[in-house]
Design a protein around this ligand. Structure first.
Ligand code: SF4
Length: 351
């Protein structure tokens, strides 16, 4: 593992990450094309920061999460992980390239980068009791047994708001929100530094969503965690994100600090997502921008700016020239006309 940086202000650095899935056909299963699920994505996550990836279904955001957690191999690009505590063999503080880590390092990395899944119903083994589900990562990694394991499980159940007397209940005895709390306790008990949370509240009722989001924020402070939060819904990530990256067809089209993104959006796709995000007072909301059609196929994405078939500001240039992600002061956008367009912000964002 090669030392890639001397700075320690980031926990994860992704550079030009790509994931192409082959499309096969015929009896010989010949590769006839590729699905460009992720097509050149670059970003950093700072220590103790929450970065959210937002976009419609098919934007590639969940694939990015799987690549970071090393559940899939990337086609191109690099992932540099920079842990605060150097207790995993095979990588170093200061940043190590984990893009193609060997199986033993990948296994060790899973302790440091944990996933929280969307569906609290299917992600828990229905035949295991709560204590076994939460304590399993410590048990299988040989980190704790017996009384030590019991105490750890009890501590993390308490951290996520579950009671000790619920230790021996099965998943079906809990509500959706409680099941997600079990999943969160299981992810945290192994003391990760980075959490990849893929739509962690989208299967929950809105009142329960708020509770789980508040819990994640509290746990982030308590354990000094960094988060990559993946969601299709800007309103969900609005209050928990330090920065937001908007993805469209495998690429980041805009990235900025949360306040800046909502009050000064510069990409027409961001404008459309913001315009339909729920606000506390519907009387002060702006005019919704309804996008025409669906996200085009990532097998054969449109040339030029991939958003041009759905963009109400598209010009001739947009059909042939691909805009690069660029900008200043941490606000970057991939649009030829970002400085000329005065897009609609989220009215009443701070109310
Ligand atoms: Fe719309 Fe053109 Fe900007 Fe793409 S480059 S977002 S098509 S105005």
């Amino acid at each position: 593992m090669e030392n890639s940086s001397n700075t320690d202000d980031f926990i994860l650095r992704v550079n030009n990450l790509k994931k192409y899935f082959p499309v096969r056909r015929g009896i010989l299963q010949r590769v006839i094309n590729h699905v460009r699920a992720v097509d050149g994505v670059s970003f950093d996550i700072k220590r103790r920061e929450t970065l959210s990836l937002v976009g419609e279904s098919g934007s590639g955001k969940s694939t990015v999460g799987r690549l970071l957690a090393r559940l899939d191999d990337s086609t191109e690009g690099s992932i540099v992980f920079n842990p605060g505590v150097n207790d995993v063999p095979g990588y170093s503080v200061g940043g190590s390239d984990i893009t193609h880590s060997d199986p033993s390092t990948t296994k060790a990395l899973r302790r440091k980068i944990q996933l929280i899944f969307q569906d609290p119903y299917s992600s828990l083994n229905p035949r295991m009791k709560t204590a076994e589900i939460i304590g399993e990562p410590l048990f299988v990694n040989g980190i704790a047994r017996g009384r030590v394991l019991y105490d750890k499980v009890r501590e993390y159940m308490s951290s996520v708001g579950l009671r000790e007397d619920q230790m021996f209940n099965y998943p079906h005895e809990f509500s959706g929100g409680q099941r997600q709390r079990i999943g969160i306790a299981r992810a945290l008990i192994i003391e990760p530094e980075l959490i990849v949370a893929d739509e962690p509240v989208s299967a929950l009722d809105s009142s329960v969503q708020a509770q789980v989001l508040n819990l994640l924020q509290d746990l982030q402070k308590q354990y000094g965690l960094s988060f990559l939060f993946i969601s299709h819904d800007l309103s969900v990530v609005k209050h928990i994100s330090d920065r937001i990256a908007v993805m469209y067809l495998g690429r980041i089209v805009e990235i900025a600090e949360t306040d800046e993104l909502f009050t000064n959006p510069k990409h027409p796709y961001t404008e459309a997502l913001i315009s339909v995000a729920p606000v506390p007072n519907p009387n002060i909301r702006g005019k919704p921008v309804i996008l025409q059609g669906d996200v085009p196929s990532p097998i054969d994405p449109p040339g030029g700016c991939a958003f041009h078939p759905r963009c109400r500001y598209a010009a001739e240039k947009c059909k042939t020239e691909t805009p690069e992600l660029q900008g200043e002061n941490g606000h970057q956008v991939a649009c030829h006309f970002s400085e000329e367009l005065h897009l609609q912000a989220l009215e009443g964002f701070h109310t």
